[in-house]
Write a protein that binds this ligand. Structure first.
Ligand code: GDP
Length: 536
């Protein structure tokens, strides 16, 4: 009996330790992990083997973050070489969007294809021989689409994701002509190979030489000069070795024939396609019947195209990730809620700072994203002890941030919340040719994507990247006018394809492309009623 009692008493410390361990584990698994210092997160974090666990909104405990994003990411990478790849999941709100098994299968088989056909493999060398031969031989075992940059970082990421979707639908290998100003900013997304066009690629000067609107090798130009026709009766020997696709905002009517489903079989004759775009042209692929079945299986949820492919492809290199994590830990980690506000003033359609600021403030107050301020000094000035709300402002200018910060510094909020307002940089001017400038842009897109609530500027691709990565439907601040509200909620987290073609190839005339299928409709960015976007 005494032994038993002693045994029970001796067991008590063990029980206490076990209970403490469970409590600590629950704290770690709960949403509180987003507030833990980063080094604690990285030291103690290990992901579950399985896909994401079910997240019940009734449960106060968030599920453990799944570092492979439901199987989207391959586990085959060396983690320290690219910390963002497996750490990003810790910072994003848990996603309700699970990638489809078909998408996962497709990505794994794409990775195998890329490894087989990647730079300097035997099959790549064979395809290079064809390119050097200066004539088309028809499709080879390895066929490529080479991405060429254009525009700011947001625009570049729009076209990159669209080009990757085009590549996987056509079993092509995606290679990037990486401009100097993006060097070493992104991690390699495909294991055991590279997506960068190698230095010894036979066509030099990709940026200036052959690839511009109306250039001799452009599809539009060859179509106009009847060297090509979409029906493809042309003999292979008469075809050029490669084709340039000009899918920029300024594409002419012939270039835009790319969006005709009848044109697609012709492209299969070319092992090498070079594609330049500053657009999110993914929605147009949903209007081509030959891709319907596959797209349906890849993306049963239509509005997750950028969300999944962006999270799969875009991993900031460690140097950029340092900016992200340092800033997050210093200013955002301790907040009870994070609100991201991205203000873009377009140089070719400028809006006065005061007017745009009014739009932002009116939007955040009207939609109860931020609390109003007390005009009178409140009688009770004791602190609430509640964690502050953090507002992350990103903009090239500093004025919006200063006004918001002063507003909540000089007045108390009606809710009693303390509001911390922060801005990581104000670069004043867009300087896309400068790598350090682009590093900040990428870091800020990522920081915005960690928001609980996101406010963006309508029409800005910078904001689209943040919303897509974060899986957020933002409040889009509209250009000020007397008729529209200051902002409206996006109904889909997808980016907008701004300069979509209205041409209906079968009918031979322009039509309203926003009414052809239920999941491709006009964007909510009111100014751009002709833009197209994917919706569920
Ligand atoms: P868009 O022009 O708004 O569609 O976005 P882009 O990203 O294509 O081009 C704007 C570019 O300006 C960015 O890539 C950055 O180089 C710069 N920029 C604009 N807004 C910001 C900002 O809030 N923060 C930083 N760091 N850069 C910005």
């Amino acid at each position: 009996m005494r032994d038993k009692l002693l045994g029970a008493a001796a067991g008590r410390p063990l029980l206490v330790v076990a209970a403490l361990t469970i409590v600590l584990l629950l704290i770690f698994l709960s949403g509180a992990t987003r507030n833990l210092p980063l080094d604690l997160l990285t030291r103690s974090y290990s992901a579950p083997e399985e896909g994401p666990q079910n997240c019940s909104s009734a449960s106060p405990i968030e599920p453990a973050k799944d570092k492979l994003l439901g199987g989207l990411l391959s586990p085959a990478f060396d983690e320290p070489s690219c910390l963002s790849r497996y750490q990003s999941a810790l910072f994003w709100k848990s996603s309700n969007h699970t990638p489809s098994p078909f998408l996962l299968q497709k990505l794994r088989s794409y990775e195998a294809l890329h490894k087989r056909c990647g730079p300097h493999t035997d099959l790549y060398n064979k395809s290079i021989e064809q390119l050097r031969s200066n004539r088309s031989t028809g499709p080879l075992e390895c066929n490529y689409v080479v991405w060429l940059q254009s525009g700011g970082l947001g625009n570049r990421l729009m076209s990159l994701i669209s080009t990757f979707l085009y590549a996987i639908l056509n079993n092509r290998v995606l290679l990037l002509s990486v401009p100097d100003d993006l060097h070493d900013m992104f991690c390699e997304p495909f294991p055991g190979t590279s997506w960068a066009l190698p230095w010894d690629f036979p066509i030099k000067k990709l940026e200036t030489h052959d690839f511009y609107r109306g250039s001799p090798q452009s599809y539009g130009n060859l179509l106009k000069n009847k060297v090509l026709s979409n029906g493809m009766n042309t003999t292979l020997a008469s075809l050029p070795a490669y084709l340039y696709l000009h899918l920029m905002h300024d594409a002419d009517d012939s270039d835009k024939m790319f969006y005709c489903e009848d044109a697609q079989p012709l492209f299969q004759s070319f092992p090498w396609l070079f594609l330049r775009s500053n657009q999110y042209f993914a929605p147009s692929l949903f209007l081509m019947s030959q891709y319907n079945d596959e797209l349906q299986k890849l993306f049963p949820e239509k509005e997750t195209v950028f969300h999944h492919l962006g999270r799969y492809l875009v991993h900031p290199a460690n140097s950029v990730w340092g900016y992200v994590t340092r800033y997050y830990e210093a200013y955002l980690a301790n907040a009870k809620e994070r609100v991201g506000i991205q203000v873009r003033n377009f140089p070719n359609a400028p809006v006065k700072l005061e007017l745009m600021l009014d739009q932002v403030v009116n939007c955040t107050l009207k939609e109860k994203i931020l609390p109003d301020i007390e005009v009178e000094v409140p009688a009770n000035l004791t602190t609430s002890g509640v964690k502050p709300k953090a507002v992350l402002v990103t903009s090239l200018q500093t004025g919006y941030f200063e006004k918001l910060r002063n507003m909540y510094y000089e007045h108390s909020s009606t809710t009693g919340d303390a509001i911390g307002v922060y801005q990581p940089s104000h670069e004043e001017l867009q300087r896309t040719e400068n790598q350090n400038h682009n590093t900040k842009a990428l870091a800020e897109m990522y920081l915005l994507s960690f928001s609980d609530v996101l406010v963006t500027t309508a029409f800005s691709t910078f904001g689209y990247v943040a919303q897509g990565l974060g899986g957020l439907r933002p409040w889009m601040v509209l250009r000020p006018d007397n008729q529209n509200p200051p902002c409206r909620r996006a109904l889909s987290m997808e980016p907008c394809f701004h300069f979509a073609s209205a041409y209906d190839c079968k009918a031979g005339r322009n039509i309203d492309k926003g009414t052809v299928v239920p999941h491709v409709k006009h964007c909510e960015d009111l100014d751009f009623r002709w833009g197209l976007k994917l919706f569920d």
